[in-house]
Design a protein around this ligand. Structure first.
Ligand code: PMP
Length: 432
C-alpha cells in the first residue's frame, strides 16, 4: 500500500528532501504533512488535482473543505482577474464589503459581522468579544474540537491519551489555558457540571469535523442553549467548516440562534476570508478604544468579490441539493461496501461531507474516537491515493464534494474504496 504510493510519487519525495532544508517537515502547515512524505500538488481543475509527478487525483479534501466551488472555478477566476486590475488591498475600507456583510447577515441570520482572513483569527476574536461582553473569563471548549492554532483554544484537540487538560502544542504555558475548560462532546452530564455563572462562553463546532464527522445529539445541543440562557454565558458556533455545508449553516440546520457565529473556509470560493458575526448588542462592542479587531488583509478586494460571487451565484440552494445528493451516493456506497465485505466499518454523513470509521459504530466523542486503531484507515488511505482518489485530508477529516464533482467521480470513488477497504480488512491492527 505504502509502497504503491512511494513508487507513484518519486518527485514528491525529492521535493520533500529539498524543502525540509528550509521548512520544518517541508510544509507550511502541520496538517499537510503525512508519513513518509507529503504530496506536492501542482494544479487543480474542477474535482481534480495533479501532483508534481503528473498523477491525477479526484479530490475530496478540497483544501480541507474550502473548495466546494471546485478548483479553479471559472467564475472565481473571472471575478478575481477583474478585481485585481483595481488593486487587491485598499488599506481603507473597500466599498463593496458592506454588500457582502448584508448577504451574509441575511443568509446566516446574523445581525452584524466583521471580517478576518482565517478561522483561527475569527475564533480568537470571538472569545475576546465574549469575555468583553460578559465580563467573565472562562471559556468551555469540547475535547477533539479544533478552533485554529491560537494558544487559548489549542487544548485537548488531539491528545494521545484522554483525561486532564493537555495543550495540543508545546510552547503553550499553563497560565494561558487556565481559563479554558474541557468537556466531552455530546455529554450533557459533563457539560452541566461546568456550565456555571462564571463562564463567558462555550465554543463548539456544531457538528464535530475534526474527528472525522461526529453527528450532534440534538438533545445535547438543546441543553447547551438552555444552560447558556440560565447561567448567562454566550454560545459561539465555530462554523468555519459547517457554515459551508448547508445553505444557512449549522445554525439554520438546527434552527438555533447562537450569540456569535464564525464562518470561514468555503464561503469565499477558495480565497481567504472569515467572519465573526453575532447579535447586535455583542458586535457593537467592537470598535476603536473598545474591543480590538484588526487585520491588514481583512476583507481584501479579492476575497470580498470572490465571496459575493460564491454566495450569490455558486453555493445556491439548488447547488446544495446537488452536493447533498452526491454525498448521499458516497454514504450509500460505503455502507454497501461494509455490508458486502463484512467489514467493521461505520459511516457518518452531514450534507456534502462524511467520514468512515473502522469500527462498529460512529464515535460519540473524542474518547471513543481515539480508542480506535487507525492502521486500517492508513491502508485504505494509501490505496485510495495510489488509485487516484484523495478521499479526505486525514483520519480525523471528512470527504467533501464540490459542485464540480460528477456522478462518474462518485462511482469511481466507490469502486476504488471497495478495493481499499478490502486491503484494509486484511491489515493487522494493534487490536487484532
Ligand atoms: N475552526 C474549525 C472548526 C476548523 O476546522 C478550522 C480549520 N480546519 C479552523 C477553525 C481554523 O481555520 P484556519 O485554518 O482558517 O485558521
Amino acid at each position: 500500500m505504502l509502497s504503491q504510493y512511494i513508487s507513484k510519487t518519486p518527485k514528491s519525495k525529492v521535493l520533500f528532501e529539498e524543502n525540509k532544508e528550509f521548512m520544518p517537515y517541508g510544509v507550511s502547515s502541520n496538517y499537510r504533512y503525512f508519513d513518509p512524505y507529503p504530496l506536492y500538488l501542482v494544479r487543480g481543475k474542477g474535482s481534480k488535482v495533479w501532483d508534481i509527478d503528473g498523477n491525477e487525483y479526484t479530490d475530496y479534501n478540497l483544501g480541507f473543505g474550502v473548495l466546494e466551488v471546485g478548483h479553479a472555478n471559472e467564475r472565481i477566476i473571472e471575478v478575481i482577474s477583474d478585481t485585481i486590475k483595481d488593486s487587491s488591498i485598499m488599506g481603507f475600507e473597500y466599498y463593496k464589503t458592506g454588500t457582502l456583510a448584508k448577504i451574509i447577515c441575511q443568509r446566516y441570520g446574523i445581525d452584524m459581522v466583521r471580517f478576518s482572513s482565517s478561522g483561527t483569527e475569527a475564533t480568537m476574536h470571538s472569545i475576546r468579544l465574549a469575555r468583553a461582553f460578559t465580563k467573565r473569563k472562562k471559556i468551555i471548549k469540547f475535547e477533539g474540537h479544533y478552533h485554529g492554532s491560537h494558544d487559548q483554544l489549542l487544548v485537548n484537540v488531539n491528545p494521545l491519551k484522554v483525561g486532564g487538560k493537555v495543550p495540543s502544542s508545546s510552547g503553550i504555558p499553563d497560565e494561558v489555558i487556565q481559563n479554558t475548560i474541557i468537556v466531552d462532546w455530546n455529554d450533557i452530564d459533563s457539560f452541566e457540571k461546568v456550565a456555571k455563572e462564571d463562564i463567558a462562553a462555550v465554543i463548539m463546532e456544531p457538528v464535530a469535523m475534526n474527528m472525522g464527522l461526529i453527528p450532534t445529539d440534538k438533545e445535547f445541543m438543546k441543553s447547551v442553549f438552555e444552560l447558556s440562557k440560565d447561567k448567562g454565558f454566550l454560545v459561539i458556533f465555530d462554523e468555519t467548516k459547517t457554515g459551508g455545508k448547508f445553505y444557512n449553516g449549522a445554525a439554520g440546520y438546527f434552527g438555533v440562534k447562537p450569540d456569535i457565529i464564525i464562518l470561514g473556509k468555503a464561503i469565499a470560493g477558495g480565497l481567504p476570508l472569515s467572519v465573526i458575526g453575532g447579535k447586535r448588542e455583542i458586535m457593537e462592542l467592537i470598535g476603536p478604544g473598545k474591543v480590538a479587531h484588526g487585520g491588514t488583509f481583512n476583507a481584501n478586494t479579492l476575497s470580498v468579490n470572490a465571496s459575493i460571487v460564491t454566495l450569490r451565484e455558486l453555493l445556491t440552494e439548488s447547488a446544495f441539493y446537488q452536493l447533498h445528493r452526491l454525498s448521499d451516493m458516497l454514504e450509500i456506497g460505503y455502507r454497501d461496501i461494509a455490508e458486502d465485505l463484512g467489514v467493521e466499518l461505520s459511516v457518518s454523513k452531514w450534507g456534502p461531507s462524511g467520514s468512515i470509521y473502522f469500527s462498529e459504530k460512529v464515535p460519540k466523542n473524542y474518547k471513543e474516537f481515539i480508542r480506535m486503531d487507525f492502521s486500517r484507515w492508513f491502508t485504505y488511505f494509501y490505496v485510495m491515493l495510489s488509485k487516484g482518489v484523495i478521499p479526505m485530508g486525514g483520519f480525523n477529516e471528512q470527504w467533501t464534494v464540490s459542485i464540480k464533482h460528477s456522478e462518474e467521480d462518485i462511482l469511481k470513488h466507490i469502486e476504488v474504496a471497495e478495493e481499499a477497504i478490502k486491503k484494509a480488512k486484511d491489515t493487522k491492527t494493534n487490536m487484532s
